[in-house]
Ligand binder design. Structure first.
Ligand SMILES: Cc1cc2nc3c(=O)[nH]c(=O)nc-3n(C[C@H](O)[C@H](O)[C@H](O)COP(=O)(O)OP(=O)(O)OC[C@H]3O[C@@H](n4cnc5c(N)ncnc54)[C@H](O)[C@@H]3O)c2cc1C
Length: 350
C-alpha cells in the first residue's frame, strides 16, 4: 500500500469536485489530488453514445452553469420541442397532443453532452491529479496539521480534505473521530437527488418523429416511460430519444422491461421505434457510488443545503461540498458548481 502527501485532497471527481479543482488550478494551486471511486470521472454526469444518462438540462436562472460553460467555451442549445408532443394521461385513452408555447423557450442542453463540461474541467486540472478507481473508506484527523484519507489503494495525507460525495453515500466513510451526531443524521436524511431515476436512451438512423411533426416529447405518469425527449445532438448528426422509465419497471426483468418500453414508444411514436440502432438503460439506484441499491420509497426531507454543511470540521481541515450541500439550487448541476466554487474559497481561507 502506498502513502501519498499533497496539500489538499478532493474526494469525488463529479462536477463539484472538478469545479473546486479547476478553481484551485486557476488560482495557481496545483498541489492536490482528486480521489474517485468509479473508473470514470463525472459522477452523476455521464454521456454515453451521445446520450446523457445523468444530468442534461439547465435554464437561464442557473447562472453558475451558464457562467462555467462560457468560461470553458462550451456551447448550449435549446431542447428540441417543435411539433406535437404526446400527453399520456390514461393508457386506455387515445393519444392527446399539445404544443410547446414558442414564447416560453425550452430548457438548454450542453453541446457535446453534459460530459463535455466534465472533460473540459478535467483537461484544465490535468489527468495526473485525478486518481480513478480509488475508494475512500476512512478519514482520520491525525494531528493538528494533517488529515489522512484511507482508501483501497493506499493512504493519502493532506492539510485539508474536501468531501464532495453525496452526503448519504458519505456516511459509509468511517470518520475518526466521529462526526457530530446531528451532522451524521442530516447526512443520512439527505436524499441523493435523482439516485432513484432510471433513464432509457435509443439512437436512430433518422429523426423519424420529426418527419411526422412530432417533437419526440412524451409525458405521462401512467405509462412505462414517464418522460421522453428528442435527444439528437446539436449538429443534427446523431438522432436519439432519451427519457425516464417508470420506477415501477425496476422489479421487472430486463427483457420484459425493454419489451414494454418499446411497445409504449411504438404506440405513441410509430413502428419506426423498433428500428433503433442502440438501446441502453441506466438505473441509478443500482449504482453504488450514487445510491443505496433498491429504493422502494423516497423520503425527500430535509431540504438541500443544510447549514451544517457550511461548517468546517476536524479543526477546519474537513470541508463538505457537492450538489446536496448547496443552498443554491441544491441537487442540480448549478448547486454542484456553486458548492465547488465555495469549497475552493473555503479551503484556501486559513
Ligand atoms: C438521472 C439523473 C438526471 C439528472 N438530471 C439533471 C438535470 O437535467 N439538470 C441538473 O441540473 N441536474 C441533474 N441531475 C443532477 C446532477 O447530475 C447533479 O447535481 C450533479 O452531477 C452532482 O454533482 P456532484 O459532484 O455534487 O456529485 P456526484 O456527481 O455524485 O459526484 C460525487 C463523486 O464521488 C464519487 N464517490 C462516491 N463515493 C466515493 C468514495 N467513497 N471515494 C471516492 N469517490 C467517491 C462518485 O463516484 C462521484 O463521482 C441529474 C442526476 C441524475 C442521476
Amino acid at each position: 500500500m502506498t502513502s501519498n502527501t499533497t496539500k489538499y485532497i478532493i474526494v469525488g471527481a463529479g462536477l463539484s469536485g472538478l469545479t473546486t479543482a479547476y478553481m484551485l488550478t486557476k488560482l495557481g494551486e496545483t498541489d492536490f489530488v482528486i480521489l474517485e471511486s468509479r473508473d470514470r470521472i463525472g459522477g452523476r454526469i455521464f454521456t454515453d453514445d451521445g446520450i446523457d444518462f445523468g444530468a442534461t438540462w439547465f435554464h437561464d436562472h442557473h447562472q453558475n452553469v451558464g457562467g462555467l460553460l462560457n468560461e470553458l467555451n462550451i456551447d448550449k442549445f435549446y431542447q428540441y420541442s417543435k411539433g406535437k408532443s404526446v400527453l399520456v394521461y390514461s393508457t386506455m385513452a387515445p393519444a392527446h397532443y399539445f404544443e410547446n408555447d414558442p414564447n416560453s423557450p425550452s430548457a438548454f442542453r450542453i453541446a457535446g453532452g453534459s460530459t463535455a463540461m466534465i472533460n473540459s474541467l478535467a483537461g484544465h486540472v490535468g489527468e495526473e491529479r485525478i486518481k480513478t478507481g480509488v475508494t475512500a473508506s476512512e478519514i482520520v484527523n491525525d494531528n493538528k496539521n494533517e488529515v489522512t484519507v484511507v482508501t483501497d489503494k493506499g493512504t493519502y495525507s493532506a492539510e485539508k480534505v474536501i468531501v464532495t460525495i453525496p452526503p448519504r453515500i458519505a456516511t459509509r466513510i468511517n470518520f475518526s473521530p466521529e462526526l457530530p451526531k446531528s451532522l451524521q443524521k442530516v447526512m443520512e436524511d439527505t436524499h441523493t437527488w435523482m439516485s432513484n431515476a432510471i433513464k432509457v436512451g435509443l439512437t436512430f438512423k433518422s429523426p423519424f418523429w420529426r418527419n411526422k411533426n412530432l417533437s419526440g416529447t412524451l409525458i405521462g405518469q401512467v405509462g412505462v416511460v414517464t418522460e421522453l425527449y428528442d435527444h439528437s445532438d446539436v449538429n443534427d448528426k446523431t438522432f436519439s430519444l432519451m427519457g425516464f422509465v417508470n420506477e415501477g419497471m425496476r422489479d421487472v426483468s430486463a427483457k420484459e422491461r425493454k419489451k414494454r418500453i418499446l411497445a409504449h414508444l411504438q404506440k405513441y411514436l410509430g413502428n419506426e421505434v423498433l428500428e433503433y440502432l442502440t438501446y441502453e438503460e441506466k438505473d441509478w439506484s443500482q449504482d453504488k457510488d450514487t445510491s443505496c441499491n433498491k429504493i422502494k420509497s423516497i423520503y425527500m426531507s430535509p431540504k438541500y443545503g443544510n447549514s451544517k454543511f457550511e461548517k468546517k470540521y476536524f479543526d477546519g481541515k474537513l470541508i463538505f461540498s457537492g450538489a446536496e450541500t448547496s443552498p443554491v439550487y441544491g441537487g442540480y448541476m448549478d448547486g454542484a458548481i456553486y458548492s465547488g466554487l465555495v469549497a475552493a474559497k473555503k479551503i484556501l481561507d486559513n
